[in-house]
Ligand binder design. Structure first.
Ligand SMILES: *Cc1c(COP(=O)(O)O)cnc(C)c1O
Length: 341
């Protein structure tokens, strides 16, 4: 997260808006926090260029709860059927939950090839209640560059690349993202939903799991995660002030290019995935010569880099280049790579 955001949120812990109370102790019904929530919802629509047919919600439960809320709210009770794209561990998690509600057709999967690419050769017809995809596969380092035209509702888990690149957000009917990758601290999940898609399942939905209850109460159906919402707002304000998504995309492309160019040049390194599907956010790579592992690990640690180990399910290494990461940090890693002989 941006340093400026840490600074401001730290100040708000001591004294929020000069009211003599901490953000950690104010009522979520206080006018100061209601203003935070209102702006946190409004700024998302501005950044995404979305109109009043969409609602923005901040919910608890993580992106994983959305794996369940999506089918609960969108899959029809009678002959419910949804299409899913299986591009990684998180996509598979979403598929597993949806199966509790109806038929799930996996229209494309790269599982047998260790999720090393994004399947592209599939169609989704109107027999489906919705189509679900994952825009960026955090673990495998792949990213959907294009989204398919489907004949049904389009749902996307954007947890790890939301606000990182210019896309037409209006092609989606529902977007969700855990804050903790590209927006703010853990504890809140952003949901952007087109209002007209709700209420058509014929299902009784428990209130807390019903998007409509949260919409009706302007994301205050129950106590929202106050501090994560505030910190997310600060991050999004920082993004807006610094040129919005287009400027973030340019910075992200420069960072990713620097790193991929070195991986492609370096005979000791290789990405896990196909070139055309490489992620701008998570660069997952491996050493081709395992005998260099100790030397490489010692070198990046000595350079002050932390958290470079890959996800436990894949191994290797992963450099996450989220919006707030400065290009100077990537330069440090590239130097370490260049010195590996
Ligand atoms: C991290 C991640 C999740 C899981 O998020 P939680 O908030 O921990 O439930 C889901 N999807 C994607 C794409 C992720 O990167």
């Amino acid at each position: 997260m941006p340093q400026e955001v840490f600074q401001k949120s730290a100040e708000a812990i001591l004294d929020f808006n000069g009211i003599g109370l901490s953000i950690l102790e104010i009522s979520h019904r206080s006018k100061d926090f209601v203003a935070v929530m209102d702006e946190a919802r409004a700024i998302v629509k501005r950044l995404m260029n979305l109109g009043d047919d969409y609602e923005v919600l901040y919910l608890g439960g993580g992106a994983s709860l959305q794996f369940l809320m999506v089918p609960y709210n969108l899959m029809k009770v009678e002959n419910g059927k949804a299409a899913y794209l299986d591009t990684g561990t998180w996509a598979a998690g979403a598929i597993k939950e949806a199966k509790n509600f109806g038929t799930v057709d996996v229209v494309g999967s790269s599982k047998e090839q260790k999720y090393s690419f994004i399947p592209k050769d599939y169609t989704v017809g109107s027999e489906y209640d919705y189509f679900h995809c994952t825009s960026n596969n955090t673990i495998y380092g792949t990213q959907m560059k294009l989204f398919p035209k489907v004949d049904t509702l389009m749902v996307c888990d954007m947890s790890s690349d939301i606000f990182s690149r210019v896309i037409d957000y209006s092609q989606f009917d529902l977007i969700y993202a855990g804050a903790q990758k590209n927006m703010g601290p853990a504890g809140v999940t952003l949901v952007v939903v087109k209002k007209s898609i709700l209420g058509h399942t014929g299902r009784t939905i428990p209130s807390i799991l019903n998007y409509q209850s949260h919409i009706d109460k302007e994301s205050m159906y129950n106590t929202p995660p106050v501090f994560p919402v505030y910190t997310t707002l600060l991050t999004l304000q920082h993004l807006e002030k610094n040129g919005g998504i287009a400027a973030a995309e340019a910075r992200n492309e420069a960072k990713a290019k620097l790193l991929y160019d070195e991986i492609d040049r370096n005979p000791l390194l290789e990405t896990f995935c196909q070139k055309e599907d490489r992620s701008l956010m998570n660069v997952s790579f491996q050493l081709l010569d395992e005998s260099k592992k100790d030397e490489f690990d010692a070198a990046w640690k000595a350079a002050g880099i932390s958290g470079l180990n890959g996800h436990r399910s894949l191994g290797g290494y992963r450099a996450s280049l989220y919006n707030a990461l400065p290009i100077e940090s990537v330069q440090v890693l590239v130097e370490v790579m260049k010195n590996l002989k």
